[in-house]
Design a protein around this ligand. Structure first.
Ligand code: PGA
Length: 257
């Protein structure tokens, strides 16, 4: 029987800045954030600015409790792929995390479970921690397909991964209907899905990895709902969009549970 053991999993609060902020704005927000959470030692914190802001923000967060992540990558190491960026390039820009398969990428940029799978493998090969996003649409939830959607996203997205790959991988459950809408999943809805995802990992990779894998919740996380969400035994942190853009608001989420 799978036993949740939240204490063994260090919480991660990750900010996805999406396509917001110029380099200057990104640097200023990062500087402000670093000051506001300077005393934090208990929680992992990551921010993912746009590609163009990675290098300047990397200089700001170096040596602080804030890690750097990218919002996407391409799976080939290099080559004639105009407009794309490889995992090694992200590492050289200071990244230690990369968000993969965000629903906006699936919706607007043709990302599929197959491309997600290739990107995960490329990230792991270069020691980047992938944050793999899964989640159902409103229609899928209403027609009771949430679990079957997740079954497929996990089966195909994590295909051919080996147990050691799971030691670094992080999953983010982001119900599409809760992203940027102000509609958060209830704590119980989030817990039910997180527990289900953990059981899928258990079937595929065994009990130990199921207990150690971090599963973040994402979708309208704010300072006033983080505490309740983090009380859920299988919620190990949050992937925050809108509320991560303002350093004060984001710091209240980081320090708010
Ligand atoms: P949101 O976005 O917090 O603005 O809902 C979350 C995400 O897209 O990762």
């Amino acid at each position: 029987m799978l036993r949740s053991n939240m204490k063994r999993r260090k919480p991660l609060i990750a900010g996805n800045w999406k396509m917001f902020k110029t380099c200057q704005e990104a640097v200023e927000t990062a500087q402000h954030l670093v000051k506001l959470i300077a005393d934090n030692t208990t929680i992992d914190v990551m921010i993912a600015p746009t590609f163009t802001s990675l290098m300047p923000v990397s200089d700001v967060v170096k040596g602080t409790c804030v890690a750097l992540g990218a919002q996407n990558l391409f799976w080939e190491p290099e080559g004639a792929y105009t407009g794309e960026i490889s995992s090694a390039m992200l590492v050289s820009a200071g990244c230690s995390y990369v968000i993969i398969g965000h629903s906006e990428r699936r919706q607007y940029f043709g990302e599929t479970d197959i491309t997600v799978n290739k990107k995960i493998k490329a990230a792991i090969k270069d020691n980047l921690t992938p944050i793999v996003c899964v989640g159902e649409s409103e229609k899928e939830r209403e027609s009771n397909h949430t679990f079957s959607v997740l079954d497929k996203q996990i089966a195909k997205g994590l295909e051919d991964l080996i147990p050691s790959d799971l030691e670094t991988l992080i999953i983010a459950y982001e119900p599409v209907w809760a992203i940027g809408t102000g509609k958060t999943a209830t704590n119980e809805q989030a817990q039910a899905v997180h527990q289900y995802l953990r059981s899928l990992i258990e079937k595929k990779f065994g009990n130990n990895l199921a207990n150690s894998v971090s599963i973040l919740y994402g979708g309208s996380v704010k300072p006033d709902n983080i505490k309740e969400l983090m009380l859920m035994p299988d919620v190990d942190g949050a992937l925050v969009g809108g509320a991560s853009l303002n350093a004060e608001t984001f710091s209240k989420i980081v320090l708010g549970f």
